[in-house]
Design a protein around this ligand. Structure first.
Ligand code: CA
Length: 235
C-alpha cells in the first residue's frame, strides 16, 4: 500500500509518515499542492492524506482537480480548518474522510487503514486473471484457490500486473509502483522479481515479456496453466 502525504508543516508530515510506515504503508511526502498533483498524475498511490492550507495549490483545489479527472483515490483530509462548513465542503468536493488538527497519530493510522480497506473492498476487490487470484487485503496470490508463497516484492509486482492485465507495463512503471522516496528499486531488481515469479508459478503461465518494452499478464494463457510446469512456489 502506498500513500502520498501532502502537508507543508515538515515536522507534522514526518510524524504522519512515520506512523503510517509503521502501519505498513510506503510513503511519499509532498510539501505543496502543485508538486502533489504532479506526483498523483504518475499514479501508483492507494491513499492521499491531504492538508488544506498548502502553498502553490490549496488542498480543496487539488482535490477538485483530481475528482474532475476521474481520479478515485481515497482521500483523508487533515486540516486545522475545523468549522463545520469546511468539513462539509471538503466532503462535497470528494474527500472520503476528514480529521481536524490536532489529532492523534493513531487516529490517522486507523482512518487511513479503514479508507484503503473500504476502497479495496468496493473498488479493487479480489483480482482475477485466468486461474490466478489475488486478495489485496491478505496480500495473497492463489492458483486454483491455493495460496502460493511469494515474497512481498513479488506480490506487489503481481498485484500491479493483475490490475493492468492484458496491458503492457514497462519497467519504469513497476519501479514507480514499488519505489518510495526512501527506497528506490533498480531495473535489475525488477528483472529478478519477474524471473522469480515465473519460476514459482511455472514458466509458461502467461507473464509475457515484450523485449525492450516490458511485461504483461495474458489472461488467455492463464486459463490454461500447464500443471506439469508449475514450480516450487506452489504449496
Ligand atoms: Ca498547512
Amino acid at each position: 500500500m502506498k500513500a502520498l502525504v501532502v502537508e507543508d508543516n515538515v515536522n507534522l508530515a514526518k510524524s504522519i509518515a512515520t506512523a503510517l510506515k509503521e502501519a505498513a504503508f510506503s510513503i511519499d511526502v509532498a510539501e505543496d499542492g502543485k508538486k502533489a498533483l504532479h506526483m498523483l498524475e504518475q499514479g501508483g498511490y492507494d491513499l492521499l492524506v491531504l492538508d488544506l492550507g498548502l502553498p502553490e495549490l490549496d488542498g480543496i483545489s487539488l482535490l477538485r482537480k483530481l475528482r474532475h479527472r476521474q481520479n478515485t483515490i481515497p482521500v483523508l483530509i487533515i486540516s486545522a480548518r475545523d468549522s463545520l462548513d469546511q468539513r462539509i465542503h471538503g466532503l462535497e468536493v470528494g474527500a472520503d474522510d476528514y480529521l481536524c488538527k490536532p489529532f492523534s497519530l493513531e487516529e490517522v493510522t486507523a482512518r487511513a487503514r479503514a479508507l484503503v480497506r473500504r476502497a479495496k473492498h468496493f473498488g479493487g476487490e479480489t483480482l482475477r486473471c485466468g486461474r490466478l487470484e489475488f486478495l489485496p487485503d491478505a496480500m495473497e496470490l492463489r492458483l486454483d484457490g491455493k495460496p502460493m508463497s511469494l515474497h512481498r516484492r513479488e506480490l506487489e509486482v503481481m498485484e500491479y500486473l493483475l490490475i493492468n492485465q492484458n496491458r503492457l507495463v514497462n519497467k519504469d512503471q513497476i519501479i514507480d509502483r514499488l519505489s518510495t522516496a526512501d527506497e528506490s528499486v533498480s531495473y535489475a531488481a525488477v528483472e529478478t522479481y519477474i524471473s522469480r515469479i515465473r519460476k514459482k508459478i511455472g514458466y509458461d503461465f502467461g507473464l509475457k515479456t515484450v523485449r525492450g518494452l516490458g511485461y504483461y499478464l495474458d489472461s488467455r494463457s492463464l486459463e490454461s496453466i500447464d500443471l506439469e510446469h508449475r514450480g516450487q512456489g506452489y504449496e
